[in-house]
Design a protein around this ligand. Structure first.
Ligand SMILES: Nc1nc2c(c(=O)[nH]1)N[C@H]1C(S)=C(S)[C@@H](COP(=O)(O)OP(=O)(O)OC[C@H]3O[C@@H](n4cnc5c(N)ncnc54)[C@H](O)[C@@H]3O)O[C@H]1N2
Ligand code: MOO
Length: 392
C-alpha cells in the first residue's frame, strides 16, 4: 500500500498531456485559453464621447458663447467639422466631430434656443473624449494563455469581435457503476437491494468542478461483462471513473478486468480511511480511477484526488488545502491517513459524527474534510490541521 502523497504524485505524474480545441465564444465559460489573444482592432476604433453633452473646441471656452449647429447621436458618424464658437449636441458613445477636442457635460451648460454656454465647471482639453485605442490598440495583448474565462473576460473578447477561441480540452468522462445490488430510484426495493446513489453524486461533483456532465454506464459484477463495458467505454473517454468492485471480495472484478484488457495498474490501495481500496490505472493517454463503492469513500476520493485531476487536465486553477485549528480533540489509530467529514464554525473545524464509509448523512452537511496524517494518533483541541474545503 502506498501513502496518500505517493498516490497524489503518481496521479500528477500520469496526467495526460494537454489537448486543445477551438470553440465558440458562446460556449467558453470556465474554459482556459490555450493561446494568447491579441487585439485586431482599436477600442475605441473612432474618437468617442463618454458623456451626453456638447462637443466643442477647447480654445472657445474663454469666449463661452457657442452656437449649436448639429446633433451627433451614437451610430453612424455624420462627419461634422466644427468652426470656432460652434458646438455639436452629442451623446454617450457617439463619434466626435472630426476636429472637436473636448466634451462638455450637459449638466454644466445653459441652453437657450441654439445658443449654449458653460456654467459652474472647468473642462480641460480632451475631457470626456475616449481616444482611439485607449482601451486596447491593434496588436496589443488582450488576454494571456492560461486565463480562465469568466463572464467578464468573455465580454472583453466579444468587444474585440472574437467569435472562436482555442481552449484546453476538458476531459471526456464516463462513470461506470458496478454492483448487482443497486436499484434505480423510482423502483420498489427488493430485500438486499439499495438505491444507487454514486452516479448522481459524482456526476454533480464533476459538474461543480469543471461544468461537464459525464456519461453514465451501468455494469454487472461479472468479469467478462465488466471487461467489455470498460473496453467499449474507453473508446469514447479520456477518463473512466468506476465505482464499486475494487476491494478484495469474490465479486470485486475491477482491477482484474482492467488488467485483462491491457490497462496498467499504477497503484491499488492507499493508506487512507475512507478510500483504502482506490485503484488508478492508465492505458495510452487514458486514465482509469476505480473508486470504492461505499458512497462516502468514493466522494472522499473524488475530493482528495479527482477534483484536482480534472482541474489540472483542463488547466483550470487547482484547489488548495487550508490550515485551521481543530474544534475538539480527536483520536485515531496510527496506520492510515484519515479524512474526516467536518464543519467549520467560527474559524475552527469540528469533526462530525457518522464518519463510516457507507453513510452520507455527515457528508451531506459537511463543508470540509479534515486530513489527519498517517502516523499520528492523538490530536488536541486547537491543534492546527490541514483541511480540504468543500465547495459543492
Ligand atoms: N475483507 C475486506 N473487505 C473489505 C475491505 C477490505 O480491505 N477487506 N475494504 C473495505 C473498504 S475500506 C471499502 S471502501 C469497501 C470497498 O468495496 P468495493 O469498492 O469493492 O465496493 P462494493 O463492495 O461494490 O460496495 C461497497 C458498498 O458500497 C455500496 N455501493 C456500491 N456502489 C454503490 C452505488 N453506486 N451507490 C450506492 N451504494 C453503492 C455497496 O452496496 C456496498 O455496501 O470494501 C470494504 N470491504
Ligand atoms: O476505505 Mo473504506 O473507504 O474505509 O470504507
Amino acid at each position: 500500500m502506498i501513502s496518500v502523497n505517493e498516490a497524489k504524485d503518481l496521479i500528477k505524474n500520469n496526467l495526460p498531456s494537454p489537448k486543445t480545441t477551438t470553440i465558440l465564444l458562446e460556449n467558453a465559460l470556465n474554459y482556459v485559453l490555450a493561446e494568447d489573444i491579441y487585439s485586431t482592432i482599436n477600442i475605441p476604433s473612432f474618437r468617442q464621447s463618454s458623456k451626453d453633452g456638447y462637443a466643442i473646441l477647447h480654445q472657445d471656452i474663454a469666449n463661452n458663447n457657442f452656437e449649436i449647429v448639429g446633433e451627433q447621436p451614437a451610430g453612424i458618424s455624420k462627419n461634422y467639422e466644427i468652426k470656432p464658437n460652434q458646438a455639436i449636441r452629442i451623446f454617450t458613445g457617439a463619434p466626435l466631430p472630426k476636429n472637436a477636442d473636448t466634451i462638455v457635460m450637459q449638466e454644466y451648460t445653459v441652453v437657450d434656443n441654439n445658443q449654449m454656454s458653460i456654467t459652474g465647471a472647468k473642462f480641460s482639453l480632451g475631457s470626456d473624449v475616449r481616444e482611439i485605442g485607449s482601451e486596447i490598440a491593434i496588436g496589443e495583448l488582450a488576454l494571456k494563455q492560461r486565463t480562465q474565462l469568466q463572464a467578464s473576460s468573455i465580454g472583453f473578447l466579444a468587444m474585440l469581435g472574437i467569435t472562436e477561441i482555442k481552449v484546453y480540452n476538458k476531459p471526456k468522462i464516463s462513470l461506470i457503476i458496478t454492483g448487482n445490488e443497486l436499484a434505480a430510484r423510482g423502483t420498489q426495493l427488493i430485500e438486499g437491494q439499495i438505491y444507487e446513489s454514486n452516479s448522481i453524486m459524482l456526476s454533480n461533483a464533476i459538474q461543480g468542478t469543471i461544468n461537464e456532465t459525464p456519461k453514465i454506464v451501468f455494469a454487472e459484477d461479472n468479469l467478462e461483462t465488466l471487461k467489455s463495458v470498460i473496453d467499449n467505454t474507453l473508446k469514447q473517454s479520456d477518463l473512466i471513473i468506476l465505482t464499486g468492485g475494487v476491494s478484495v471480495g469474490d465479486y470485486d472484478y475491477v482491477k482484474k478486468a482492467c488488467e485483462e484488457i491491457g490497462i496498467d495498474t499504477i497503484f491499488h490501495r492507499v493508506k487512507q480511511k475512507p478510500g483504502k481500496p482506490l485503484y488508478f490505472g492508465k492505458i495510452g493517454n487514458k486514465i482509469i480511477f476505480g473508486l470504492p463503492g461505499n458512497p462516502a469513500s468514493s466522494l472522499s476520493c473524488y475530493y482528495i484526488y479527482l477534483q484536482n485531476f480534472l482541474l489540472d487536465f483542463a488547466k483550470m486553477p487547482l484547489t488548495t488545502t487550508i490550515k485551521l485549528p481543530l474544534g475538539k480533540s480527536y483520536t485515531k489509530s496510527g496506520s492510515l491517513t484519515h479524512f474526516l467529514k467536518a464543519k467549520i464554525v467560527n474559524g475552527k473545524v469540528f469533526p462530525l459524527t457518522a464518519q463510516e464509509s457507507f453513510r452520507l448523512s455527515s457528508f451531506a452537511i459537511a463543508d470540509a474534510l479534515i486530513i489527519l496524517p498517517e502516523t499520528k494518533e492523538n490530536f488536541e483541541e486547537n491543534e492546527i490541521v490541514e483541511v480540504i474545503t468543500l465547495s459543492n
